[in-house]
Design a protein around this ligand. Structure first.
Ligand code: FES
Length: 116
């Protein structure tokens, strides 16, 4: 059964910022972009690095480990590693590109609530 759980105050993040939030034993990445909040599992689908350690550009987060990029808005893979040639082909064959796990977010009374 899913429910919305308070993760942050709306004022805890500036626009363009993201941070790791531990919620009910689950690590999430929460970001604020153009006034909207996004929440995804803080785990890169490639090899598990915490995406909150990466960089945020608009709604696209870049993993700090191997440069994979994902759109926080829908979880889609923008780029699967920053490798090229045979290494990129091997990366896709061994670990098929997978999207992020996204979570619905709503804002109520200055609180950011995330569905778990
Ligand atoms: S662990 Fe994120 S790109 Fe490899």
């Amino acid at each position: 059964m899913s429910e919305y759980v308070e993760a942050l105050k709306t004022t805890d993040l500036k626009d363009g910022e993201m941070r790791k939030v531990a919620l009910r034993g689950r690590d999430l990445l929460v970001a604020k972009v153009a006034g909207r909040f996004f929440a995804v599992d803080d785990r890169c689908p490639h090899m598990g690095t915490g995406l909150s350690r990466g960089r945020l550009n608009g709604t696209v987060v870049t993993c700090a480990s191997h440069g994979s990029q994902f759109d926080l808005a829908d979880g889609r893979v923008v780029r699967w590693t920053d490798w090229a040639g045979w290494k990129a082909r091997l990366a896709k064959a061994v670990r098929f590109p997978r999207p992020l796990v996204t979570h619905p977010v709503k804002v109520e009374e200055g609180k950011v609530l995330i569905e778990l």
